[in-house]
Design a protein around this ligand. Structure first.
Ligand code: EPZ
Length: 417
C-alpha cells in the first residue's frame, strides 16, 4: 500500500507554482462533448480525476490528446453510451455527463457518481432542474436514465446555491429550446470558467458568477478554447503551509480575488503576506492569533479549505471555533489531529480548538481529499515521522504534491509498504 512519509519541522522556502483547478477541469472535460468539433483546454492538471474523465470521453469514442498541460478533445465521432459504474464511481463530477449528454442527445444513462464521503451529497437539485426543463428521470438500481423528447428553457430556483447543480443545469440549458434562468445560482469562480468555454463555443450565457444566470439555448456549438483557472484550493493549502512553516515561501499563479476570504482570515490571525500580481510571498509569523471560522458558499470561507485551516488553528494562541456549514460529515481529520496531540473538542458541527499545541508524528489516514491535505500539513509541522495511508484521496486533487513540497525543502516521500 502506498503511503506518504513525512519528517516534520522543516522550514519551507522557494517557489510553488499552482496547477489548473480540479473543480474546473472536471466540468470543462464533460462540457467539451457539447462541441461538434474540437475543444482545447490549457493548464490541465495531471491528477487522477483528469485521467478518470479521459477514460469516459474515450468510452464515448471521443479522441483525447493530452501533453504538457494541454488537452485537445475531438468530439466529431463521439457516441452516446451508458457510463458504467466502474467509471462513474471514480469521482463526483462524472455527474456532469448527465447535463452534457442530455443537452446533446436528449438522453443520458449513467451509474451513480462517486466522490468524497463527506456527507449524503444528494443530487436532487440537479434532477429537479432537469425535470423543470421537460426531462423524465428514472432510477434503475444504481443507474439514472434521463431523457427528454425536447428540452425547454425554464425558470429554476435552487434551494441552495449548489456548485454542481448550477453547472449541470447550465450544460443542459445551452442547447435547450428557449431561455433558462437559474436563480440562487452558485457564484464560485469555476462556474465562470465553464461559462467562458461554453460561450467561446457559441453558447449564450450571461450572469455567470452572480446568483442569476440566464442561458438562451442555441442549436449548435462549435470548437472552443479555454485556460483552466488556477486551483484556489490547492493555492490555499500551500498558503496555509506557508503561514505555519514558511520562510519567504512564494506561491505563484494565483488569482487574488479567489482567495480573499482566506487572506482576510490569515491577516486577522497575524500573518503578513505580500501579494503582487499573481504571486503571494508568505512567512511564518512569531505568533498566530486564535480566530473563528465558518465555511460558506463563495465568496465566503470555502469548505474545501476548512480541514487544512483547522490545522493552522491548532497552532494559534487561544481558543478558535471552526464551523463547517456546507457538509454534515467533514470532520474525518479531527481524530487524527487529536492523535497527533491537538486539543480539539467537537460539539455537533463546531470544533473548539485550543492552541498552540505541539504535534507529534504518528500513523494517520486520509479519510477524504481535503482531510488528506490537512494530514500533510500536520505531518510537515509535527515533530518526528508521520505516515499517511489512503493517499489516493490526496493524489486525486493535488498535482505532483511530493515534488512541489520537496522543491521547497520538505522531507516527504511516497513509499510502498
Ligand atoms: C463542489 O461539489 C466541489 N466539487 C466540492 O469540492 C466543494 O466542496 C463544493 O462544490 C462546495 O464548494 C467539485 O466541484 C467536483 P454542492 P458539489 O452541490 O458540486 C447539497 C473538493 O474537495 N446538495 O455545492 O457536489 C450537498 O449535499 C470537493 O474538491 C443537495 O442537497 O457541491 C452539500 O451539502 C469536495 N442537493 C451542499 O448542497 C443537490 O442536488 C453543497 O453542494 C446538490 C447539493
Amino acid at each position: 500500500m502506498k503511503k506518504l512519509v513525512i519528517n516534520g519541522g522543516k522550514k519551507l522556502s522557494g517557489e510553488i507554482k499552482i496547477s489548473g483547478a480540479k473543480n474546473s477541469v472536471v466540468a470543462l472535460i464533460p462540457a467539451a462533448i457539447l462541441s461538434d468539433e474540437e475543444v482545447t483546454l490549457y493548464n490541465v492538471p495531471d491528477i487522477s480525476d483528469t485521467k478518470a474523465l479521459i477514460d469516459i470521453i474515450e468510452l464515448l469514442e471521443g479522441k483525447v490528446e493530452y501533453t504538457d498541460e494541454t488537452m485537445k478533445i475531438d468530439t466529431r465521432r463521439i457516441k452516446n453510451k451508458v457510463i458504467p459504474e466502474n467509471l462513474s464511481q471514480k469521482l463526483r463530477a462524472s455527474y456532469y455527463f448527465m447535463g452534457a449528454l442530455l443537452s446533446k442527445y436528449k438522453y443520458a444513462e449513467m451509474y451513480f457518481p462517486g466522490g468524497c464521503n463527506i456527507g449524503s451529497r444528494p443530487i436532487d437539485f440537479h434532477i429537479n432542474g432537469f425535470k423543470r426543463m421537460g426531462a423524465t428521470v428514472e432510477i434503475e438500481g444504481n443507474k439514472y436514465i434521463i431523457k427528454a423528447k425536447k428540452l425547454k428553457g425554464a425558470d429554476i430556483y435552487l434551494d441552495f446555491a449548489s456548485v454542481g447543480a448550477t453547472i449541470n443545469l447550465m450544460l443542459a440549458a445551452v442547447k435547450a429550446n428557449g431561455t433558462t434562468n437559474i436563480y440562487n445560482a452558485a457564484k464560485e469562480p469555476e462556474i465562470v470558467n465553464i461559462a467562458t468555454l461554453l460561450n467561446n463555443m457559441g453558447a449564450k450565457i450571461t450572469g455567470a458568477g452572480t446568483s442569476e444566470i440566464k442561458i438562451i439555448g442555441v442549436d449548435k456549438l462549435s470548437s472552443g478554447v479555454v485556460d483552466v483557472i488556477p486551483d484556489r484550493v490547492e493555492a490555499g493549502t500551500y498558503i496555509i503551509m506557508g503561514a505555519l512553516l514558511g520562510n519567504d515561501l512564494s506561491i505563484n499563479n494565483i488569482i487574488e480575488e479567489h482567495l480573499d476570504a482566506l487572506f482576510s482570515k490569515l491577516k486577522e490571525m497575524g500573518v503578513e503576506m505580500y501579494i503582487k500580481s499573481n504571486k503571494v510571498l508568505i512567512s511564518k509569523p512569531k505568533e498566530l492569533k486564535a480566530s473563528n471560522i465558518k465555511t460558506q458558499v463563495f465568496p465566503g470561507f470555502p469548505t474545501d479549505l476548512g480541514q487544512p485551516i483547522s490545522v493552522l488553528l491548532t497552532q494559534a494562541k487561544g481558543m478558535s471555533l471552526f464551523e463547517e456549514t456546507i457538509y454534515e460529515n467533514r470532520y474525518g481529520h479531527i481524530k487524527y489531529l487529536q492523535k497527533m496531540g491537538a486539543e480539539i473538542r467537537l460539539a455537533d458541527r463546531v470544533a473548539m480548538i485550543q492552541g498552540p499545541s505541539p504535534l507529534t508524528g504518528c500513523d494517520v489516514e486520509a479519510t477524504d481529499l481535503r482531510a488528506g491535505a490537512a494530514m500533510v500539513i500536520a505531518g510537515l509541522l509535527a515533530k518526528g515521522t508521520t505516515k499517511i495511508s489512503k493517499i489516493d484521496h490526496i493524489l486525486r486533487g493535488y498535482e505532483n504534491i511530493v515534488e512541489k513540497l520537496q522543491a521547497v525543502g520538505a522531507d516527504i516521500t511516497i513509499v510502498d509498504e
